[in-house]
Write a protein that binds this ligand. Structure first.
Ligand SMILES: [Zn+2]
Length: 329
């Protein structure tokens, strides 16, 4: 019997095979940047909700596959413009515990250079801002209505959390009189500790980049707030010897979570390269602004990894578009 997941897997396998066969050579002069968040066998509710986790055995397989099919480069090579044929990078965001407890060992064993973009405030014990706003939007009775009223029905944009300025969130919290720290910590799952950051900074393969101080939606910040969040995080990161001068926008969706003007601000503060989480291949690797492709536990075979790499092109391909439409009927 066929079910929906088998169809999705079958479609991805066929599409991945076709694009691997006909389009792989296009990657010879491109830079493919992969994106991960958490690696653990026990993902949090937050990780499951946003498909942020890859189990360690699947991650090990993916990393080996990437290493065998691409030339994975270091941040220094990227900054120098030393880009080999079929170049790739492996990156992580945020700083969840699973990176330090599970992923780091797999990265070391496979000797694959990896950058993790950190928001260092939660490692100091502060609440993880993006966990807080998603918790409030998804789980907190009454918050949605409060938010709608605060923003005004006319101007609300989806998804809801993009409207959550610090001002609105803080005023909501103070009027409830509740403390969300423990609840949100449980929802998000464990974060890196200061010790984790210190120990892993000794790694030969792992580099630390900037992801703002506490994962704010950049578009909800003023220019000064954006600068401050970048600088505070930068000060912390520069105390580690594996620091690298790269930046990734939290949430990473161009236009809805950050603006072009904000890329310029970040560049003017010293970031050598700025990354989005928009899932396309970088056909001009020398660009200062680069995109990243997230892999999930769905990509557990080579062909399903190729499917993800070419996801945006497959999505826009007329033949595969109509196959997908037919399958979904
Ligand atoms: Zn992030």
């Amino acid at each position: 019997m066929f079910n929906k997941n088998m169809l999705k897997g079958g479609f991805a396998t066929v599409a991945g095979a076709c694009f691997k066969l006909f389009k792989k050579s296009k990657l010879n002069h491109a830079l493919t940047v992969f994106l991960y968040h958490d690696i653990t066998y026990t993902p949090s509710e937050f990780s499951k909700m946003y498909k942020l986790n890859v189990p360690p055995d699947v991650f090990d397989f993916q990393l080996k596959y990437i290493n065998n099919n691409f030339n994975v480069i270091t941040p220094d090579e990227l900054i120098r413009g030393d880009i080999p044929p079929r170049a790739a990078m492996v990156t992580f965001d945020d700083g969840m515990k699973g990176f330090f407890s599970d992923a780091a060992r797999i990265i070391e064993n496979n000797r694959v250079p990896t950058v993790i973009f950190l928001n260092t405030q939660p490692a100091g014990g502060e609440i993880f801002q993006s966990g807080l706003i998603t918790y409030l939007c998804e789980k907190e009775e009454g918050f949605k209505e409060y938010l709608r009223r605060a923003v005004g029905y006319e101007t609300i944009i989806a998804p809801l959390f993009l409207n959550c300025t610090r001002e609105i969130v803080n005023s909501y919290i103070s009027q409830t009189g509740k403390d969300f720290k423990d609840t949100v910590d449980r929802f998000v799952g464990p974060f890196a500790s200061e010790d984790d950051l210190m120990m892993t900074s000794e790694s030969k393969y792992i580099y630390y980049g900037n992801h703002l101080y506490n994962h704010d939606v950049a578009l909800t910040l003023s220019d000064d707030e954006l600068r401050e969040s970048y600088q505070k995080n930068e000060e912390k990161l520069q105390s580690f010897k594996n620091y690298t001068n790269l930046f990734a926008f939290p949430f990473g969706q161009p236009g809805t979570t950050f603006s072009e003007g904000q890329i310029d601000i970040i560049r003017s503060l010293g970031a050598q390269k700025v990354f989005s989480s928009y899932p396309v291949i970088n056909y001009t690797p020398s660009n200062a602004y680069l995109h990243r492709i997230a892999l999930t536990d769905f990509n557990d075979t080579g062909l399903k990894i190729w499917y993800q790499i070419f996801y945006n092109e497959i999505r826009n391909n007329p033949v595969f578009k109509s196959i997908k439409r037919a399958l979904s009927k």
